[in-house]
Design a protein around this ligand. Structure first.
Ligand code: GLV
Ligand code: GLV
Length: 329
């Protein structure tokens, strides 16, 4: 029998054909519409495969509901590298495979992180707002003086694929790059990416720019909070393109208000789509709506990668990006 496949949001078009070839696709096609949790819960049961997005909360209750309906649900394909929206441990207990989309978005996400670094340091959005508001009355020796990027110190929190590419971007600007990672990288990798390892507090103290590229897990919740922000230089700029709750957003607002850091470039927020209202009013903060991987090429690669994992499982092959391979045995 043909499997039933649910696609929870409208995704790039090339993702659908491979799914339609193997099964019956129930696709939520309303552009920009996200099912609230209860609605997702209503749609999930009865499907063999679920193609989901990072905005879908795939918790134990949802997984149990989908597993209970004739034990159908076999695999959840998340169209994202981060998978903190999914209770992988519960999925594993229920024998449900989970896949993500690593690698294909690393360059694109590092591009945005570096863009936020430049935009915040050189006050580009703030200067643009000023110009558009008709306030520009001529070149000024002190007009919009920002921070130097070249030869500054970049601190990386997390040096996986995206962090390493961020380091390579920084090398082009002659930056010194320090990194903190759960485990230290091999010496060859440190040499290849011009990375110097330091303990977390040391990275915090030395960074002119601190960029987060770590996964969000219970262990990394509020990795950057009041204590960490206090250790940073008053001239430092924080960049987050990873996940919002890695940073204590209320503590960040306070740190920006009392000048314990100078600015922030944020792509992600603790309670998306909500943003701490103070951040919206601060000129030294550059904020964008979770667009790290947002190029059509990259989103298409992510979408077709998610589909490939479903197709592989259906054909009895190992899904290439499986996060819990123990369910396959
Ligand atoms: C985007 O945030 C992703 O995890 O892919
Ligand atoms: C994601 O691709 C990462 O490991 O940084």
């Amino acid at each position: 029998t043909r499997p039933r496949i649910l696609v929870t949001q409208k995704v790039p078009a090339p993702a659908y054909a491979p799914l339609e070839e193997i099964g019956t696709v129930d696709a939520h096609m309303e552009e920009g519409s996200i099912w609230p949790y209860e609605e997702l819960l209503g749609h999930g049961p009865g499907h063999d495969y679920i193609f989901c997005l990072l905005t879908d909360t795939i918790d134990e209750r949802f997984l149990q509901a989908c597993a209970a309906s004739n034990q159908r649900l076999k695999l959840i394909a998340n169209m994202a590298v981060g998978y903190n929206n999914i209770d992988v441990a519960a999925a594993t207990r229920l024998g449900i495979a989970v896949t993500n989309t690593p690698g294909v978005l690393s360059d694109t996400t590092a591009d945005l992180a570096f863009g936020l670094l430049l935009a915040t340091a050189r006050r580009i959005p703030e200067a643009e707002r000023y110009l558009r508001a008709g306030k520009y009355e001529g070149w000024g020796p002190l007009l919009f003086c920002g921070a130097e990027v070249h030869h500054a110190t970049l601190g990386l929190i997390g040096a996986g694929r995206i962090g390493q590419i961020m380091a390579r971007r920084a090398s082009g600007f002659d930056m010194r790059v320090l990194y903190y990672n759960r485990s230290r990288l091999a010496p060859e990798l440190e040499a290849a990416y011009n990375l110097t390892y330091a303990e977390l507090d040391e990275v915090l103290k030395q960074a002119d720019f601190l960029s987060i590229h770590a996964p969000y897990t219970p262990q990394t919740h509020h990795l950057i909070g009041e204590r960490e922000l206090t250790l940073m230089k008053p001239t430092a700029i924080l960049l987050n393109t990873a996940r919002g709750p890695l940073v204590d957003e209320k503590a960040l607002v306070k740190a920006l208000q009392n000048g314990s850091i100078a600015g922030a470039g944020l792509d992600v927020f603790e309670r998306e789509p909500a943003v701490e209202p103070e951040l919206l009013t601060m000129e030294q903060v550059v904020i964008v709506p979770h667009i790290g991987s947002a190029s059509l090429q990259t989103r298409t690669l992510m979408a077709t990668m998610a589909s490939s994992n479903i197709v592989a499982h259906y054909r009895g092959q190992r899904p290439p990006n499986i996060l819990n391979p123990e369910v396959l045995v």
